[in-house]
Design a protein around this ligand. Sequence first.
Ligand SMILES: *[C@@H]1O[C@H](CO)[C@@H](O)[C@H](O)[C@H]1NC(C)=O
Length: 230
Amino acid sequence: MHVRGFINIMTTSVIVLILLSLVHLEAQSIDVIADRFERLENALVKMSEQLNDERLARKHLENQLAEERRRHFQSRQVAEGTEIAFYAHVSQYIPHQGAGQVIRFDQVITSIDSTNSAAGYSAVTGIFTAPVDGLYVFSTTLMTHEDHAAHYMIYKENTAVCTLLVNGSNGHQYDSASCNVVLVLTKGQSVSVRHFESIDHALEGAYYGGQSTFSGFLLMQHYPASPILG
Ligand SMILES: *[C@@H]1O[C@H](CO)[C@@H](O)[C@H](O)[C@H]1NC(C)=O
């Protein structure tokens, strides 16, 4: 009876001890799990913060790219929208020309300046003034009056950039020649056709359309280098 009671007590104690240690172990492992969980949670918060930073950085880059595209498109629109062109010819025979005289192509057939500036081609002076910076193309064809031999130049500002000779003397009669130039002009620079010699010379006028002509147009507008932002 005593022995049995003792064994019972021992057994119960052992079981209780085992249970206690199990509970302890469990408590310990719960602590460990809680700790790990917390660390994981922190890591997760950190990661999502990083992710958010990266998302913001990407968004910023995307905005920059969109802005670049917009600017590029806009400048193209402006360039393609700028229309500058003229074509004029001499309507009446010009009997006398002095040295350096600007030829006045008084009959204007085409005159376009989409910038609506006061520049462009003037039939009064015969001078073209660049309304915008850009690459321009000009052309002149001149017909000399019979028996005259003369040089004419296309001038950029006060510099001759092209010379043509029309030689109507000694049986050539009505000779004609032409000049074509491609010029980079800044806004306000002028282009004109001028007579060269100090000897008096004459130019032909129109004969069913122009015989002495002057034309020009903007091939490509130039823009100042845009400042780098950011
Ligand atoms: C024009 O042509 C004639 C005949 O060919 C020549 O004698 C004369 O020198 C020429 N004039 C000029 C300015 O070249």
